[in-house]
Design a protein around this ligand. Structure first.
Ligand SMILES: Cc1cc2nc3c(=O)[nH]c(=O)nc-3n(C[C@H](O)[C@H](O)[C@H](O)COP(=O)(O)OP(=O)(O)OC[C@H]3O[C@@H](n4cnc5c(N)ncnc54)[C@H](O)[C@@H]3O)c2cc1C
Length: 569
């Protein structure tokens, strides 16, 4: 990474940033930047500094300072993105990189009696759920990473999908954001449709301090969520996937912007909480059973499921073993403890590096070791299904849909070598959490056994809505290259996460090309919901969208495997 050549200029620049946000929140030491410059599962790179502003105005001032000094800016929220889209990637940037982490700016405002919310840059989905619960409403989005602190805005920037069958990807046309125009000027754009004043700092201060009245808010036909998804997902005979990141229908300013502009706030719809909910746990050894159920529910049911996530037995087992500590921490201490846990983990790893007799990934090894002493955390009936069935499907129904599902499942499973049970609250919660933490199992396995295995690969694939062969059958010559395969996903949406550990020595890039070719032949789209990051090539329309948002290539350059050079040269 190019550093500022003149040390005086560099020191002045850092000093000016410290004056804005406080020296504690300008991280320049290598060890202190590590958490922010490394992706959850993919990608890492160097940054000159990590800045953690406390207010929207501080964020604005930091931005101005960075633009004046010709910096690259990578916006970051909870950094749970899985494709390297929220961290630097490599060290071949043509300008110094500044990471701005927004998690300190975390307010959520309720408007229109809670029917909509305004989420500031670092507000989280978890806090949104907590805030809406007492007024009987639900958020627009529930994703696997809600439980580990993912932000509202990271989700909108990624068009994140998640588990909710009725909602579709996170989407809004209401936002307050900044962009750098083709002349290199930073502009604040207020499309929240709330009268907050006219000057940038006035607007930002008024929003931060909730200094606006209901009469300042305009209600119009602009969308604060995807209003078409319910019809789309019911289209079971279509040869197009229901949702995927390159879907131009859902690229609108901040929505799908992948860090190519700076988002200060978004306005989103909320939903009335169902009066009652029920989780059904399904098991089968025949993928065709789930194909039939999927078609019947989406095609014939009056009420769409609230949620429906699939887990393969191998993934179930891997999560039971390698995600157990995460499960227990979230269950016992809550998601708010996770940042502290990751901080502790980082400190343990840093200290352990100083002692050559300690192994690498010491914290992972320690957590793994300690988790062995915790009793089995999964309910008995789930464990019984694990013995009986290879394929597991957790389906949540609400209100009238509960009886509809009950009657249907009773009939469907009568003469089948497959089964289902209705979870009690305890089982329902455990089943969902087990599914959500399953995403981290492969990472832990990889850290522990890195020396003896090949690379880790993660595929995020949206299959056509009419795909019958939803469960992957790889050609033998490809299958032979895999050490481990872990499958989970959102089965109603036909979004599958296919995670592989390769055998030692296998060329992952070559293999990836072969796999993507198979997906292309099957009419799939990828990425489905994790966004391009630095892992996937963006298509031309998406690149055009990025170029329009960021004509000087100042923000998150290289995303979608595009040019990292200033002005896209
Ligand atoms: C265990 C686990 C489970 C997951 N489950 C799901 C799932 O079910 N569905 C799903 O879709 N994804 C899932 N993900 C992926 C990830 O959590 C989502 O993409 C999430 O929405 C990212 O939120 P974040 O706050 O971590 O954003 P980050 O990763 O920090 O950022 C995401 C993107 O938004 C940009 N960004 C963030 N803040 C701003 C801002 N203020 N201004 C401009 N750009 C900004 C970043 O530059 C980046 O491009 C999962 C990840 C994990 C680790």
């Amino acid at each position: 990474m190019p550093f500022l050549k003149n040390m005086n200029i560099k020191n002045n620049f850092i000093k000016n940033l410290e004056d804005i946000v406080g020296s504690k929140y300008v991280l320049t030491a290598k060890w202190s930047k590590e958490t922010y410059s490394k992706g959850w599962r993919y990608g890492e790179g160097e940054a000159l500094a990590v800045i953690k502003p406390e207010t929207l105005v501080h964020l604005w001032r930091v931005l101005k300072m960075c633009i004046d000094n010709d910096m690259i800016i990578i916006m970051q929220a909870a950094n749970t993105g899985l494709t390297g889209g929220s961290t630097p990637f490599g060290n071949d940037y043509d300008r110094p990189v500044i990471i701005i982490n927004t998690m300190r700016i975390n307010s959520i405002h309720l408007i229109n009696n809670g029917k909509q919310i305004i989420g500031l840059s670092g507000s989280t989905l978890y806090d949104l759920e907590k805030k809406l619960d007492p007024i009987g409403r639900d958020p627009h989005s529930v994703i696997g990473s809600t439980s580990i602190g993912a932000s509202i805005i990271g989700g909108v920037c990624n068009n994140s999908g998640g588990s909710l069958v009725q909602r579709g990807p996170a989407y809004t046309e209401f936002a307050l954001y900044a962009k750098v125009n083709e002349n290199g000027e930073l502009k604040l754009i207020n499309e929240l449709d709330i009268d907050l004043g006219s000057e940038p700092e006035e607007i930002l201060n008024n929003l931060q301090n909730s200094n606006y009245k209901e009469s300042d808010i305009t209600y119009s036909k602009k969308l604060a969520s995807d209003d078409k998804y319910c019809q789309i997902i019911r289209g079971i005979d279509s040869n197009k996937p229901a949702r995927f990141n390159a879907d131009q229908r859902l690229m609108y300013n901040v929505s799908g912007s992948a860090g190519k502009i700076v988002v200060f706030a978004v306005r989103l719809d909320t939903y009335e909480k169902p009066k009652k909910s029920k989780v059904f746990y399904l098991g089968s050894n025949n993928p065709d059973d789930f194909w039939e159920i999927r078609r019947d529910i989406l095609g014939k049911f009056k009420t769409l499921p609230t949620l429906g996530d699939y887990v393969h037995r191998d993934c179930y087992d891997a999560a039971k073993k390698y995600s157990k500590d995460t499960f227990v921490v979230i269950e016992k201490l809550g998601t708010s403890f996770l940042p502290t846990l990751f901080e502790l983990k980082r400190s343990v790893d840093l200290i352990s590096k100083k002692f050559s007799f300690l192994p690498d990934h010491f914290s992972d090894r320690l957590m793994q070791f300690l988790s062995n002493f915790w009793p089995n955390h999964l309910p008995k009936r789930m464990e019984k299904f694990r013995e009986l069935y290879e394929h597991h499907w957790i389906i949540e129904m609400s209100d009238d849909g509960i009886e509809e599902a009950r009657k249907y499942f009773d009939k469907f499973f009568k003469n089948k070598k497959a089964g289902y049970f209705e979870c009690n609250d305890y089982e329902g919660k455990k089943a969902m959490l087990h599914r959500f933490v399953s995403a981290s199992a492969i990472g832990r396995y990889y850290s522990l056994f890195k020396k003896d295995i090949g690379e880790m690969m993660s595929m995020d694939i949206a299959f056509p809505r009419n795909e019958k062969e939803w469960f992957e059958k790889l050609p033998k010559e490809i299958d032979d290259l895999m050490e481990m395969k872990l499958y989970y996903g959102h089965l109603f949406c036909h979004v599958q996460h296919q995670n592989y550990i390769l055998k030692k020595g296998v060329d992952s890039e070559e293999l990836k090309k072969k796999l993507l070719k198979i997906y292309d032949e099957r009419g799939a789209e990828y990425p489905a919901e994790h966004n391009f990051g630095h892992e996937y090539h963006a298509d031309q329309k998406t690149i055009d969208f990025y170029k329009k948002l960021d004509p000087t290539n100042t923000f998150n350059p290289g995303i979608g495997r595009t040019s990292k050079i200033k002005n896209w040269k």
